[in-house]
Design a protein around this ligand. Structure first.
Ligand code: F6R
Ligand code: MG
Ligand code: MG
Length: 380
């Protein structure tokens, strides 16, 4: 059976700042899908990660289907109404346009989709991250699909040893999708060369070279490219099929033990370690640390099993302690150097005004011993 998995997520309001949507908001969105999605959807799963609410939907209408995207948009509009009634913070924040047109890309919500012929058993992982951006998945996906230090299958399984094709997007290009396809293992260094820049080059999808099947998809939207100015970090979602011709579930999870530093956390303007967290996680220390949640499913004839919380295990409690140490350590240096993002990535525009003001006050000091005419020129 041909199945499409669509995830669409948005921040449409939360309790106590940018922390977590209310129960009522979530129930409203869920109820909306249940009633209005009856004929369109085969199954759905609603969850929250930090202040974002994500709709995971299965159906048979393919990717970029206008009806599916409109259903999600309308569910968010209904949720926004409740957020306003409850006085939640940032009600409707990610619905950047007034009206729906075609699909949610470019309208604010993030989305990613996988379309495939179901295998007899079809395990997959659904990741959602908050207080960070799509480049947060670059390193984990690179390691689980291309590095035998995390993916033993690259050595042990002939199917995996054929490698994977990475489609990488240049998200700084705003007029159309600028993408490149690169193959492992031959082009590993080229892939690494791009993926080191998490703010510009983002993995959009991964395919198995054995059979050409789609393995993974990531949301690639960048809100500041849509709105013109920053309205929040993009809090990306990802879907990864596992087992068989793909990395095993544990190989996909393995890189999350690093707690690598990603952009985001307070005011979307700092670096912080990515903390693998339990489903429906909240946000806390310094509007962070950036969190990623993971739900494992099997989908059969479009129907989901219950979700298994992949980071709800004693091993990840130990990881969370380590990640907390990394978070506290980088915070010790406040705004200095790598603790804060470069100028171009700061979420708030105030610093631009401040820099303009300071720029006007700069003077070029005349060289000592220079002729009077040169000194006069330098001081102008
Ligand atoms: C980051 C984020 C938060 C807010 C911060 C201030 O993406 O959502 O860190 O930037 O809480 O929020 P405002 O400006 O809404 O008061
Ligand atoms: Mg937010
Ligand atoms: Mg968010």
């Amino acid at each position: 059976m041909r199945t499409t998995l669509t995830v669409i997520k948005a921040d449409i309001g939360s309790i106590g700042g940018h922390i977590k949507p209310s129960g009522k908001l979530r129930q409203t969105v869920e109820q909306f899908l249940k009633e209005r999605g009856k004929t369109l959807l085969t199954d759905w799963y609603v969850s929250s990660t930090g202040d974002d609410i994500a709709l995971l939907m299965s159906h048979c209408h393919g990717r970029d289907n206008a009806d599916i995207h409109k259903l999600a948009w309308d569910a968010f509009v209904a949720g926004t109404q409740v957020a306003k009634e409850q006085g939640l913070y940032g009600a409707g924040q990610d619905l950047l346009k007034d009206a729906f047109s075609g699909n949610v890309r470019g309208l604010g919500p993030a989305s990613c989709e996988l379309e495939f012929d179901e295998r007899p058993a079809e395990p997959f992982l659904f990741f959602a991250a908050d207080k960070t951006d799509p480049g947060a998945y670059n390193l984990p996906l690179y390691l689980s699909f291309a590095d035998p230090m995390h993916c033993a299958g690259l050595l042990l399984s002939p199917r995996l040893a054929k490698g994977f094709t990475f489609t990488i997007m240049d998200v700084s290009h705003t007029h159309g999708d600028r993408v490149i396809e690169l193959n492992t293992p031959e082009e590993l260094y080229d892939i690494a060369c791009l993926l080191r820049d998490n703010q510009r080059f983002v993995i959009e999808s991964v395919r198995a070279r054995a059979g050409g099947e789609i393995a993974a998809a990531v949301s690639t939207s960048r809100l500041h490219n849509i709105a013109g100015t920053y309205t929040g970090k993009d809090d990306p979602v990802a879907l990864v099929r596992t087992q068989g011709s793909f990395p095993a579930t544990g190989e996909v999870l393995s890189p999350y033990r690093i707690g690598h530093y990603v952009a985001g956390t307070m005011r979307g303007s700092h670096n912080g370690p990515l903390m693998p967290s339990r489903l429906n996680a909240t946000i806390s220390f310094f509007d962070g640390p950036p969190v990623v949640t993971g739900a494992a499913f099997c989908v059969h004839e479009g129907r989901f099993t219950e979700a298994v919380d992949v980071f709800d295990h004693p091993f990840w409690d130990w990881v969370r302690l380590k990640v907390s140490e990394k978070a506290a350590e980088i915070r010790r240096q406040g705004f200095s150097g790598p603790a804060m993002l470069p100028y171009s990535e700061l979420e708030y525009g105030g610093v631009v005004e401040k820099m303009k003001e300071l720029d006007r006050k700069f003077v070029v000091r005349p060289e000592s011993g220079a002729p009077a005419a040169k000194r006069a020129r330098a001081s102008r």
